[in-house]
Design a protein around this ligand. Sequence first.
Ligand code: SF4
Length: 470
Amino acid sequence: MYHPASPAAGDFIDHNEVLETLSYAEANRENRPLIEEILAKGALKGGLSHREASVLLACRLEDENEEILRLAKKIKMDFYGNRIVMFAPLYLSNYCVNGCLYCPYHSSNKTIARRKLNREDIIREVTALQDMGHKRLALESGEDPRHNPIEYVLEAIETIYSIKHKNGAIRRVNVNIAATTEEDYKKLRDAGIGTYILFQETYDRTAYERLHPYGPKHDYAWHTEAMDRAMRAGIDDVGLGVLFGLEDYRYEFAALMMHAEHLEASQGVGPHTISVPRVRAADDIDPGKFKGGITDDTFAKLVACVRIAVPYTGMIVSTRESRECRERVLELGVSQISGGSRTSVGGYFEEEEEDTRQFEVHDNRTLDEVISWLMERGHIPSFCTACYREGRTGDRFMTLCKSGKILNCCHPNALMTLKEYLVDYASPKTLEMGNQLIENEIGVVPSPKLRALVARQLTAIEHGSRDFRI
Ligand code: SF4
């Protein structure tokens, strides 16, 4: 029985409720009065229910589909402005005991080289990432209690935060590791992580158990209830995601919205971020083998519908997507992207001798190329990590976000962290473009007093000051 606040996965992701939602959406895909009503509710920027959002995704009316894209762009600008937060993945280890059929790290893949970074490796990788200009990482690791126990991950986090190369520093470490115990989540919280990210892969239980034939990840309820354990353990910021391309995107979309509703109902705050990865080729992995492939048009519409349905939740797109596709979805709702990424273990410091990539990257540009491209398109690349370091997490962040007051922090912080990047890492072309952008954007900072403070800090950054944040 569908019960959004229930702790049991089978209740908050009720299969029948998803199927009823899909048939309701299909039945109303050309119901103009209803779709107009839902768009009007969406325009109030309070979000939509999973049923309403599914109707928009199913919509077949041309004008209304145009309106969906237009509204998504407006909500994106109202809450996130033209700021785009930057991050990079860091792969610690590809040892894994699970059998995920869509991932090259599955334990029955005997052709892939297995690697695990030791402390010296981590220092080399993080130094390379800092020398690129990154301030925020997403830590990735296979699930293997023998090779990658929680202690290994905790030591890695401590090492990462301890490295300060020149003006470099990793100020926020988000963690994407397998579902674990409340006790381990407490340890991660105490280690000072940012967001705990876990992809559901698929919400369809039958498909899930088929795609995860063995290993601890085979347990659907354990995996699906992980965010509840993490939030009960005191991790305020969690990141959801579905691996689009495995199963029916409409089913996944409806269930993803139900998961967000569940966290709001049971934990008092929805997800901090939602990721929308698509299955990509890798060693032993052929995306064509899965039945859920979607076109770039459908992917763009899906991003727009997520944006309208959960306006306060950040959206992440990685280098699984091409430059062209990223360009499109940045306008429609995406607020955070990776740049200069390596998806192999040890890939930042050394050229890959062996292919340990988790997926083929579709945007191979350097971070500096991505930064100048973003600025050419009128976006402000932001390396801000202030909120969680200022205790603005979970519902405290959401309250500020819902009131729009977050703008008073985000925009100044974006300009100041961009300035740090420009002074320490940018190419001459990017430096010139960036200084011009900052000059244009400082006027957007809400109050004259704040503007004066930011202007003083921007000058201070040119003279060596670092890490000032609001
Ligand atoms: S998706 Fe994660 S758990 Fe599954 S095989 Fe890959 S690394 Fe292991």
